[in-house]
Design a protein around this ligand. Structure first.
Ligand code: PLP
Ligand code: CA
Length: 309
């Protein structure tokens, strides 16, 4: 149980809040866009915050795209965003390996072309991308003779539409060596997708498979871990007391913001609801209580009106 209140921000309070902030960090899916398209008011709010001289950054757990891909996506919505304002988990993996760990070996990737692009850009050699060449069937001979690259020193697991049994064998075999690093982009269990008929498993399901096969836990670079914030902060010197995180998911975005000492705002256009906030408030679990946002608003559009009195 906790006394932390998740306040509804409205009218003048939004204006006061915006005035008191220098930096706005936005989650992407569920806040700026969803499966259908851009969320009402998102483009206008971003333009208006910039006009007010506020700094805006974007952090997404989606590893399927590179920063360049995201810049194009923003441009299609009519917003010019530089690569230095966008932080996706494929970039976070490359940054973490290169800048934090000073990694100098090869990476075995479970990932998309977006991840490959980010690794290439930071000069990190890699192997394993794309569909594998399985001949199919129950084939122990083939499995036990899969070629392993002796230069691999890390396994990275992100979203991969070509995830396969062969890739699982290879990842677990590389990870059998204690010296091989194990990094995951994020643990989101499902795609944010509204359907009663179909469930689309998220990257977390791939990560759990590799963890089970390898009997090891991955180091996660995505939200709620603070690596992407540390990366932004190392370049832009952010005062956390004047920065806020706006997200739709309590156990990634809001926990991330709280972990980084930021003010946190939940929008109700994505995964988490006010009922979920109530469950966290009623919980005895410290982890759940760390997921309570400071504020909530119905959608990003609510940030707009007070900016244009
Ligand atoms: N991972 C994948 C593969 C996704 O497609 C998405 C959303 O579409 C996410 C993670 C969550 O992204 P975000 O952190 O922007 O909500
Ligand atoms: Ca989201």
């Amino acid at each position: 149980m906790t006394d932390k209140v998740c306040e509804f921000l409205k009218g003048d309070e939004v204006k006061k809040f915006v005035d008191s902030m220098e930096t706005f960090i936005f989650d992407c899916d569920g806040v700026l866009w969803n499966g259908i398209g851009v969320i009402d008011g998102a483009v206008e709010v971003l333009h208006e915050l910039r006009k007010l001289g506020k700094r805006v950054f974007f952090v997404t757990n989606n590893s399927s795209k590179s920063r360049e891909d995201y810049a194009k996506k923003f441009e299609n919505f009519g917003i010019k965003v530089s690569k230095d304002e966008i932080y996706g988990t494929s970039y976070a993996v490359a940054y973490y390996l290169k800048e934090i760990l000073k990694f100098d070996k090869k990476v075995f990737t479970i990932g998309t072309t977006g991840m490959i692009q980010e690794l290439d850009e930071l000069g990190i050699p890699h192997t394993g991308s794309g569909p594998d060449l399985s001949t199919g069937g129950y084939n122990i001979k083939e499995w036990t003779n899969l070629p392993l690259d002796p230069e691999v020193g890390a396994v990275v697991c992100g979203f991969d539409e070509h995830f396969s049994y062969h890739k699982l064998i290879k990842a677990a075999s590389y990870l059998a060596k204690d010296t091989c690093l194990f990094i995951a982009t994020n643990c989101d269990d499902r795609f944010p997708f509204n359907s009663t008929d179909i469930v689309i498993p998220g990257t977390g399901c791939l990560v759990i498979s590799v963890e089970a096969a390898a009997r090891r836990k991955a180091k996660v670079v995505g939200k709620p871990e603070r690596i992407m914030f540390d990366c932004i902060n190392s370049r832009h010197n952010i005062d956390p007391s004047k920065a806020c995180m706006i997200g739709d998911r309590l156990n990634t975005d809001i926990l991330f913001g709280n972990n980084c000492g930021l003010k946190t705002i939940l929008v109700l256009t994505g995964i988490s609801s006010l009922e979920d906030v109530k469950l966290c408030q009623d919980s005895n679990d410290a982890h759940n209580r760390d997921c309570i946002p400071d504020f909530y608003i119905s959608s990003i559009d609510a940030l707009r009106l007070p900016l244009n009195p």
